[in-house]
Design a protein around this ligand. Sequence first.
Ligand code: HEM
Length: 528
Amino acid sequence: MFWLLPPIILFGWCLFSTGWPLYRHWRQAKRLNLPILITPIRKYGRTQRALQFALTRGLLLQFIVQLPFIRVSQGSWTFRQKFSIHKQYGEIFVLVSPAGCEIYVADPKVAKQILDRRVDFPKPGRLLKKLEAFGRNLATVDGEEWQRHRRLTSKAFHEKTYRTVWDETCSIASVIFRGWDTGDVVDSTQADMATLSLRVLVKACFNLDHENDSMTTNTTNVVLLQQHISRYLRSLTNPLRGIAKQEVEVAFRALNDFITRLVRNRKPTASIQPQNDLVSSMLAPAGDSHFVDSEIAGNLFLFIFAGHETTAGALVYILHLLAVYPEWQDWAMEEVDRVLSRSGDNKPKFETAYPECKRLRASLYETLRLYGPVPTIVRQTANADQIVRCSDNSEMVVTSNMPVNINCMALHTNPDYWGEDCLEWNPGRWISSTPDSFSDQELFTMFSNAFFPWGAGPRVCPGQRFSQIEVVAVLLCLLRAYRVTIAPENGKSLAESRHRVISLLEASRVGLTLRMPGSRTLSLIRRR
Ligand code: HEM
């Protein structure tokens, strides 16, 4: 019988090491007076990895897969489950695991209060430390320090910047689409959109010209820089995904070198010849606030990452969605033709063309609603309890040091706000006139209460307008000359290929941002 002892001890230990913390956290959760969902599976732990393995290989029975605690224990669950868990547990619930308690919020009124109350609900510092390898930056600091970072960086976003974003995007996108127009299939959508958005950022924020500047003399350099960023960021979100340490170090050194050279080149002339861009804004003191070198480096890294990874992701999704839904592509094309015929110019101007592109903006909003790069916005309470008012006017007390996640995916797919077709990609929902009339069409704002792709409140994304202009310019350049379609795969019908693309969209994963696992081949058909 002695042989039974080790497995019994092991089983007892597992039970105790999971059960005891689970019990303590459950007691803590009870104080919140919220619905409780308990999972014995620890986020990022070994059991979660084993579960993920079993789920991806279909090794579990369907009824087990459908258990709520299994549904919230898989990676990227907020994207995959959409509103469904909240439908069962309510718009606000607390998830209890051996690692602790976390509140999930899909109540728009509560989400807005949390994002508005920057001091009561700061960002959880420990999560953001990873983004500080180059120095402290706007996304990783709080309190007065955050105010200083925001003041010094926001000076860089003005109408001239936006005009540069528009012009630069139009010129780069036209070249990319000409390159795609070979009659062949396009399998470089992700790489090309990442390069495009990085080049636009490098021009608009750093005033570096990819053709004339010695730092980014040719396409290869931007592509290389993009690869280093991508490798470095992947290593942050998933250190276990087999990226060799050496490769990460090479990527880190290359990025560090780029940032250091950029600052060194600009420092001597920053005060004599300010260039109105992000680098100038950070080098020039505003009143008595200024940045030290590591903060400049930290912010340059942040803007490189936040400014291109998110927009590139949105572009990849939108191109695939337009290809999957040709009827909405026709609808968007109608607007493009009208905007271009009005301006009578093949080179549409930012000031006149952009405000007219409402259907293109609607297509972006609808894409971000279902495939926004940031599916969850994380906050926590500081050292004091906080009271918030819910949509049903009841009060909720959030205890101190409690993680609070705004579940944007759930907010964006709640049928009460978005209707029964909430899971369909339907850009028309954003336009308030009859679908085929232009005269009185307006972009709907009634959804804005339950729509948080760029966050909200004081920490709302400073690149919101930047990214909208970039995406609209890409779509305008695409649809004025081409139609984008799914390239049928060998031996598959078009319907089957479309179906495969939809499955791929739904297989997206949440890392630092939401990403499709690879892009499918698209093709361009010339319109005229
Ligand atoms: C479709 C494109 C984009 C989306 C969906 C997006 C989304 C977001 C979201 C949700 C946040 C807030 C996170 C939070 O509150 O914790 C954020 C913050 C931020 N974004 Fe964006 N973003 C986009 C493009 C950009 C661009 C183009 C830039 C820069 C040019 C940028 C720079 C930043 C920065 C610096 C922050 C941190 C702000 C702070 O903490 O005060 N983003 N973004």
